[in-house]
Ligand binder design. Structure first.
Ligand SMILES: Cc1cc2nc3c(=O)[nH]c(=O)nc-3n(C[C@H](O)[C@H](O)[C@H](O)COP(=O)(O)OP(=O)(O)OC[C@H]3O[C@@H](n4cnc5c(N)ncnc54)[C@H](O)[C@@H]3O)c2cc1C
Length: 380
């Protein structure tokens, strides 16, 4: 272990998309050090997502829509030099429901219009033109949401980390935070790679945020790590699924989309877990295969690959961003659930603005965001 004590203006615990996006904004204002316990910064939730950009989320939740809108410009037009890859590749999103659940499509359409997300119904013939393998049960009519896309998560994450490293800032991997205490008006953060001093420590440790609070002797925000499974299924030789849409079942929670010549599918599971290196379970893999066979004409003989990750959220499903009310200089950036990638540009800007400017970014205020909606106080 390095015996020298290193100082920084901002110490960020966790190198996932939350920590990386905040670090990207903060490194414009001072020295940032990101501390990541794993050998790879995207090892946990960030590296396990479905990489979907969608303007509505969680049944068209208005707050999450604000955060997506506040991120869209960055994702569509990243700053010069940020990445050499497009971050978004547009893909139609269709919502399906069985014949006895058609009213749920009407309800969703109404909610989408309340948050100004355009959508339209198309008939079965048009739906099967978009997705030739759609099962007859879902061919009544489907709802199409405009503006959805695949995201290049690794280009976004790498872009953030690269920008931090191009400043005096650092991203230190294999640096597990083991102790945090106040020492003469500053925070001393001890890791397996050395000791660090800062005025502002940012807790962006994903599923582990409450453990980080515990070692800093602070009360938890009651984060709930919910496991979600993803399976990859091959399609028949000669079939090219790349142009197929992203498909979401409105009532059953599963979704699937083309990915690298295969189908990426999740059964929409959410099993409450302890913070951990989540692994898929046979039962959820089987549900994934079952739903894919139910919604399409495909027969799933073999699962090519599967994984699981944690969607970390608090009780109301909204993020938790702000200084701890009882500990000066201890900042929370947590609870990004299943929307942390598509909202990362806004979340990074919010974190930096609350830390440096003492308020929210004006464009997000104009969209209707208030500090109360994301405050730490509401979950303590
Ligand atoms: C299956 C699945 C599908 C998803 N699909 C989408 C999607 O389509 N679109 C979307 O926008 N979002 C999606 N998400 C959500 C998104 O992946 C998360 O919201 C996001 O990755 C959370 O980022 P994070 O940085 O908070 O957490 P993480 O990526 O988990 O990062 C936290 C980091 O903190 C580190 N850490 C923990 N303890 C310590 C310690 N003591 N010391 C140092 N470091 C520590 C961990 O090692 C970890 O790397 C999905 C999530 C899952 C699981």
């Amino acid at each position: 272990m390095n015996s020298k004590i290193e100082t920084a203006d901002f110490i960020i615990i966790g190198g996932g998309i939350a920590g990386a996006s905040a670090g990207y904004e903060l490194c414009k204002k001072g020295k940032v050090i990101v501390l990541e316990k794993e050998g790879q910064a995207g090892y946990h939730s960030t590296g396990r997502s479905s990489a979907i950009f969608q303007k509505s989320y969680n049944k068209a939740d208005p707050l999450l829509n604000i955060l997506v809108r506040g991120s869209e410009k960055f994702l569509c037009h990243p700053p010069e030099g940020f990445t050499s890859h497009p971050l978004l590749k547009f893909r139609p999103l269709i919502y399906i429901a069985s014949s006895d659940n058609q009213s749920s499509l009407d309800e969703l359409k109404q909610k989408l219009s309340q948050i100004d997300v355009p959508s339209e119904f198309i008939n079965g013939e048009e739906a099967t033109r978009l997705l030739p393998i759609l099962a007859p049960e879902y061919q009544g009519r489907v709802l199409v949401e405009q503006g959805a896309a695949d995201m290049d998560v690794s280009a976004l994450h790498e872009g953030y980390l690269r920008a931090i490293k191009s400043t005096p800032g650092e991203v230190i991997t294999n640096a597990e935070v083991t102790a945090i205490k106040r020492v003469s008006d500053r925070w001393q953060v001890t890791t397996t790679k050395g000791v660090f001093l800062t005025n502002v420590v940012i807790n962006a440790a994903g599923a582990w945020v409450d453990q980080i609070a515990e070692i800093a002797k602070l009360s938890p925000i009651h984060i709930r790590p919910l496991r979600r499974t993803v399976i990859m299924v091959g399609v028949e030789r000669g079939t090219s699924p790349e142009e197929w849409p992203l498909v979401m079942n409105v009532t059953e929670g599963y979704y699937f989309k083309p990915d690298s010549g295969k189908i990426l599918m999740t059964p929409g599971d959410e099993k409450l877990m302890l913070p951990s290196d989540a692994q898929p379970e046979e039962i959820d893999i089987a549900y994934g295969a079952h739903f894919l066979e139910k919604a399409t004409l495909l027969t799933v003989d073999k699962i090519d690959h599967s994984w699981a990750g944690l969607r970390n959220q608090v009780a109301d499903g909204h993020p938790v961003v702000g200084f701890d009310p009882k500990a000066q200089g201890f900042f929370w950036l947590a609870g990004q659930g299943g929307f942390g990638i598509k909202t990362a540009p806004a979340m990074g800007r919010i974190a930096a603005s609350l830390i440096i400017e003492d308020g929210l970014p004006q464009d997000l205020i104009d969209l209707g965001l208030t500090e109360d909606q994301i405050s730490v106080r509401r979950v303590k």
